[in-house]
Design a protein around this ligand. Structure first.
Ligand SMILES: C[S@@+](CC[C@H](N)C(=O)[O-])C[C@H]1O[C@@H](n2cnc3c(N)ncnc32)[C@H](O)[C@@H]1O
Length: 293
């Protein structure tokens, strides 16, 4: 644990404080230090990052200082800033989160785009979001689709569902989403759906052990890895998904890059899925599989 004296960085106007904080983080090899400092300060001052320029000469109060020093300490211990301030941004919306849920990744925005396209194109009504976590996928779909839809958002982690429910209320879409504590690998689905959407745990246990400690020490392990070879959920989806879907249904899944995608595409092909497509994310990595039953 890196120690920081509680009165170490507290006598400066905000502009200087940001510079000092940034240097301290950089010296300790914390990435994106400037953005992180701005994020914690805007959280302390309950304002947006954009508005921080209005506070350049502001000096933090004693209470705000204590909070600032505590947050810096946590950043120095590699804790993700989103867990410190308990919020994040995804698809242009603000979401609450804590360490029971995965921090949403920008790549997942592409899944939301494709899910929304298929719902509009085929006039889908019943959707299931498997492994909803903070609820981001379901909530973004519910926000962007005006037509009458019903989403079942499931997760095996009851604490993740608590956060997801809070987010649905925050975004006023709780009437469109039903949250259910459900283990997709063990429990039996009783209803059929037009669209299955999922960003399941897809890191193999071997890869998991090599991830950065920022991820391993703070994000929930069961959200990241299937404790196997990274294909357990896709194996299940490729077999059972055909039963879970209504006629002319679709599946939209996040994938773990090039090698992983090829393995998963083969599974879906073998089980008789139609119109299987792999789609790249904004970095050019194969990231999404879409297919129809
Ligand atoms: C990669 S995270 C995705 C979270 C969120 N959908 C997102 O995209 O940020 C995977 C989620 O699947 C959940 N999960 C893991 N195993 C599960 C299982 N057997 N049944 C249902 N959900 C599961 C985890 O708790 C976690 O919330």
């Amino acid at each position: 644990m890196i120690k920081i004296k509680s009165d170490e960085i507290n006598i400066y106007p905000l502009k200087k404080l940001i510079e000092k904080g940034e240097k301290k983080l950089e010296k300790n090899k914390i990435k994106e230090s400037k953005l992180k400092i701005k994020w914690i300060i805007s959280n302390i001052l309950k304002t947006s990052i954009k508005n921080l320029s209005l506070y350049q000469d502001y000096k933090l109060s004693k209470k705000e200082n204590q909070l600032f020093n505590n947050y810096i300490k946590r950043l120095l211990n590699h804790e993700p800033v989103q867990y410190i301030i308990k919020e994040t941004e995804f698809f242009g919306l603000d979401f609450l989160l804590d360490n029971n849920v995965l921090i949403p990744r920008i790549e997942t925005e592409r899944i939301v785009d494709f899910a929304i396209d298929s719902i509009k194109k085929y006039n889908y009504k019943n959707i299931i979001d498997i492994g909803t976590g903070s609820g981001i996928i379901s909530i973004c779909i519910a926000k962007k689709i005006d037509q009458n839809i019903s989403i079942l958002a499931i997760d095996s982690n009851i604490n993740a569902l608590k956060i997801a429910k809070k987010n649905a209320i925050k975004h006023k879409v709780n009437s469109k989403i039903k949250f259910l504590h459900f283990n997709i690998l063990k429990d039996k689905l009783k209803k059929n759906f037009d669209l299955i959407v999922s960003n399941p745990p897809y890191v193999s246990i071997k890869e998991y052990n090599q991830l950065d400690k920022d991820i391993r020490f703070f994000e929930p392990k069961s959200a990241l890895t299937d404790y196997d070879n990274g294909t357990i959920f896709y194996e299940k989806f490729s077999i059972k998904g055909l039963e879970w879907l209504n006629k002319n249904g679709s599946i939209v899944l996040e994938l773990g890059g090039q090698k992983h995608s090829i393995k998963i595409k083969k599974k879906f092909f073998k089980r008789g899925w139609k119109n299987i497509k792999l789609i790249n994310d904004f970095n050019g990595d194969t990231r999404i599989l879409i297919a129809q039953n």
